[in-house]
Write a protein that binds this ligand. Structure first.
Ligand code: PHE
Length: 339
């Protein structure tokens, strides 16, 4: 048995010296020290050793166990340290490396046009107000001089929720709310979403308008024209000229359709303006005295003008896009190219 122990010790030391990974070491640990291991089998064999030899054998076995255990501990420490070093090496972070940059979000091109319009109007002394998108028939039509069964309702394919409630088809509804709530003189603009059952290259069922309303003493068409010339020059460039064409809206009298010189060719005529030199941009007019009266404003003392561009149309012109729907397909690559 003595020889067996000595040769076990020698073999164990050799195998441990040759071992070179934590995994291998664990296998050897089981083999030498485990319950089914070789040292345990020596202990089991003690019962066959003559009594007088047992203390010596016991000591030899203990000694062998100590030597093997110590060697295993040493190797365990060494391999763990090695593993840690490798990990640190592999996961090294170079804090001097320059960053790849963070992708910055941007406003939708439509909202950039909204912001520009709002900024220009605020600069001219307008107050910004908003109104509900789910609106009473009264504010969207009746108080704007469009009674029930009036043929002008056909111009706006309206989404009705019930007989009295609808999705507003124009931001002109906010004009009524302003006239009821504010004391003249006042200058307000109201940006927002509007809805009509309409869909093609230049119409979307959800679209955007920007309503303007000025009420004061002695307001005339001249004020409307000079204000719009200023606003459209801020939007399209200093040399922009505008022209009025007679039109009809029940809530303005007289009413006009406003064109501006094409921002692409400056009025010479090009593809974008179909050779005319002008772009049709918005409806406007002097507030119908009947509309002022319905909202409690004395039409003998006060006059006013109103204007209401479609913002989607303006964004199409600013960005020279032929089809409105392209702006709402959410193709980021396309949107990134727009102003
Ligand atoms: N609300 C009108 C439309 O949607 C535009 C408009 C606004 C006309 C203000 C005159 C005055 O067609």
């Amino acid at each position: 048995m003595k020889e067996q122990i000595n040769s076990f010790l020698q073999k164990a030391q050799e195998e441990l010296s040759a071992c070179n990974s934590l995994k291998e070491l664990n296998e050897l640990k089981v083999k030498f020290l485990g319950k089914q291991g070789e040292l345990t089998s020596f202990l089991r064999g003690m019962k066959d050793v003559p009594k007088e030899d047992r203390p010596e054998m016991g000591q030899l076995i203990n000694n062998a166990r100590n030597v093997v255990e110590q060697k295993i501990n040493e190797l365990e420490n060494m391999f763990s340290q090695q593993e840690l070093n490798e990990k640190l090496q592999n996961e090294k972070i170079d804090i001097t490396e320059s960053s790849k940059g963070i992708e910055k979000g941007e406003l939708h091109p439509l909202y950039k046009v909204f912001d520009k319009l709002i900024d220009c109007c605020v600069e001219m002394g307008f107050k910004v107000i908003t109104g509900p998108e789910v609106e009473y028939d009264y504010y969207n039509f009746e108080a704007l001089n469009v009674p029930k069964d009036h043929p002008a309702r056909d111009m706006q394919d309206t989404f009705f929720i019930n007989d009295n409630i609808l999705l507003r088809s124009q931001t002109s509804s906010v004009q009524v709310r302003a006239m009821q709530n504010l004391k003249p003189p006042f200058k307000v603009v109201s940006p927002g979403r509007t809805y009509r059952a309409d869909s093609d290259a230049t119409h979307s069922p959800v679209f955007h308008q920007f309503e303007g309303l000025v009420v004061d003493e002695n307001i005339s068409m001249i004020d409307l024209k000079s204000m719009l010339t200023k606003l459209l020059s801020m939007l399209f460039g200093e040399n922009t000229k505008i022209r009025f064409r007679p039109s009809y809206f029940p809530f303005t009298e007289p009413s006009v359709e406003v064109d501006a010189t094409c921002p692409s060719c400056g009025g010479k005529g090009c593809n974008l303006c179909k050779g005319t030199g002008y772009m049709e941009l918005l409806g406007a007019g002097m507030v119908n005295p009947k509309v002022l009266e319905m909202s409690g404003i004395d039409s003998k003392k006060y006059t006013g003008f109103a204007f209401g561009p479609g913002v989607d149309r303006l964004a199409m012109v600013v960005n020279k896009i032929p089809d409105l729907r392209m702006m709402f397909e959410n193709d980021v690559k396309f949107l990134e190219q727009l102003k």
